[in-house]
Design a protein around this ligand. Structure first.
Ligand SMILES: Nc1ncnc2c1ncn2[C@@H]1O[C@H](COP(=O)(O)OP(=O)(O)OP(=O)(O)O)[C@@H](O)[C@H]1O
Ligand SMILES: [Mg+2]
Length: 289
């Protein structure tokens, strides 16, 4: 699968060179289109079949930022892992840029729910690993450029265990971006962070996304995070997981945290809350019978 071609300056520049912006314009966004067709994922748990995700149909435009929002256990990670090619759909199919996803592929950069850096590698080695495996020239320089992007160039020789949770997640994001994938899949990447760090990370992520215009699928169970970040929110229902409703987030960009005080924001929030409440009530009634 071909990569999005950014005019990345890193291949030629030494690791100390300042970060070159490699913006692409809206009209140029051609890669990163995702299509899920009747996707069902079931697992065998002992003698029982568990359907984690059922009959999901979803089309995501190249460059779109989509949030998957739902309660714990509703199948968000399963759906994301299926898009990444880590989990195989039991039924249906997943397509990225008209190529069927059948195995993990370099078109997707993944930031996992729990940070998954290699503990025996330094921060720079972690970020350069993907480019190196894919045979990029000057993988180290590429890694350095992405470390700079997340503001951690000074920590290049540290090991992950020497960093805070927020810094580890920033390294995780740099690592996922370093192969310049058309699609970035993020599974509750800021879930373990305190409120202030989380808010800063959300803003940073939006800046990165504005620069790269990569397609983002972002899993969260936090309503405000979903609204603040995304163009569209897919609200999931549980047991089995499926998409209950989609809400468009028509808030101007760039977004700053004070957007949350606007009338427009509150309108979207009410819509999302109503959909989620309906779902929670259903599941509450289901459990109490
Ligand atoms: N490998 C597996 N084997 C068996 N069951 C699984 C497997 N992976 C997920 N499940 C089940 O599928 C359902 C959905 O799990 P999933 O991890 O996708 O939910 P989630 O929405 O990501 O939850 P959380 O918000 O807690 O991360 C759960 O009932 C879970 O137990
Ligand atoms: Mg999960």
């Amino acid at each position: 699968m071909a990569f999005k071609k950014f005019p990345i300056a890193a291949y030629a520049c030494p690791e100390t060179a300042p970060l070159q912006p490699f913006q692409q314009h809206e009209a140029e966004i051609t890669q990163g289109q995702i299509s899920l067709k009747n996707v069902t994922v079931s697992f065998q748990r002992r003698h029982q079949k568990v359907t984690a995700v059922e009959n999901v149909n979803l089309d995501i435009k190249a460059g779109e930022f989509v949030a998957l929002l739902g309660a714990s256990g509703c199948g968000k990670s399963t759906l994301l892992n299926a898009i990444a090619g880590i989990v195989k759909p039991t039924e249906g199919s997943i397509w990225i840029d008209h190529q069927q996803v059948t195995e993990p592929n370099p078109a997707c950069g993944v930031v996992f729910q729990h940070h998954s850096l290699f503990p025996w590698m330094t921060v720079l080695q972690n970020v350069s690993f993907g480019p190196k495996m894919l045979g990029f020239p000057a993988a180290r320089s590429v890694g350095m450029q992405f470390l700079t992007l997340v503001g951690l160039e000074k920590f290049k020789n540290y090991y992950p265990s020497m960093l805070s949770g927020g810094m580890q997640q920033r390294v995780g994001i740099a690592r996922a971006l370093a192969t310049q994938p058309p699609v970035l899949l993020m599974d509750e990447p800021f879930g373990a962070l305190d409120a202030q760090t989380r808010s800063i990370m959300q803003e940073e992520l939006l800046k990165i996304w504005t620069t790269f215009k990569t397609t983002v699928v972002f899993v969260t169970h936090d309503i405000d995070e979903a609204i603040f970040l995304s163009d569209r929110i897919c609200i999931m229902r549980s047991t089995p997981g499926s998409i209950k409703e989609e809400v468009m987030v028509d808030l101007d960009r760039p977004r700053l945290p004070d957007v949350m005080l606007t009338e427009q924001y509150i309108k979207v929030r009410k819509k999302v809350l109503a959909a989620i409440r309906q779902e929670s009530l259903k599941s509450f009634n289901h459990q109490s019978h």
